[in-house]
Design a protein around this ligand. Structure first.
Ligand SMILES: CC(C)(COP(=O)(O)OP(=O)(O)OC[C@H]1O[C@@H](n2cnc3c(N)ncnc32)[C@H](O)[C@@H]1OP(=O)(O)O)[C@@H](O)C(=O)NCCC(=O)NCCS
Length: 116
């Protein structure tokens, strides 16, 4: 039976849109620590990128990651995201990086036999 306020969700993955450009969205993902290291983050990112580029026909997906989270950097790299800039998160002083992935780059990566 469901309990009010209790969720079985183990993480979230989001596409956020700006008011100015309907062809670009920002990807965000977070998974509860107990579920790290089983490929779930990669699988979720793969499905949402396919949805973003194939269903929504976006031109670009951007992402931000904290530099010390090596798994998130690895996920972004293996799906072809390119580094665009460094910045410091004003709320906690963490070193972060910004990335972007164009639709062509994602499709080219997926077309390769080893592409995910
Ligand atoms: C990022 C996050 C979702 C990863 O989820 P996950 O399910 O553990 O990731 P996966 O199991 O798919 O592993 C991703 C890759 O990182 C690699 N990896 C994991 N930990 C690593 C580490 N400490 N150092 C280097 N690589 C690491 C894995 O080997 C895998 O690479 P591979 O596919 O080449 O083997 C999770 O760490 C998280 O929620 N982090 C906090 C939020 C965050 O940083 N979000 C990203 C920006 S919005």
């Amino acid at each position: 039976m469901d309990q009010a306020g209790v969720s079985d969700a183990i993480g979230t993955i989001t596409l956020s849109f700006s008011a100015t450009d309907a062809k670009v969205a920002a990807l965000g993902f977070v998974l509860a620590r107990a579920h790290w290291g089983r490929g779930l983050g990669s699988e979720a990112v793969c499905e949402v990128l396919r949805y973003a580029f194939e269903t929504l026909a976006l031109e670009q997906v951007t992402a931000e990651a904290v530099v010390r989270n090596l798994a998130s950097l690895r996920i972004l790299a293996k799906f072809g995201f390119k580094h665009t800039e460094n910045f410091i998160d004003a709320s906690d002083g963490e070193r972060c990086e910004r990335f972007a992935l164009d639709r062509d780059a994602f499709e080219n990566l997926r077309a390769r036999p080893s592409g995910r």
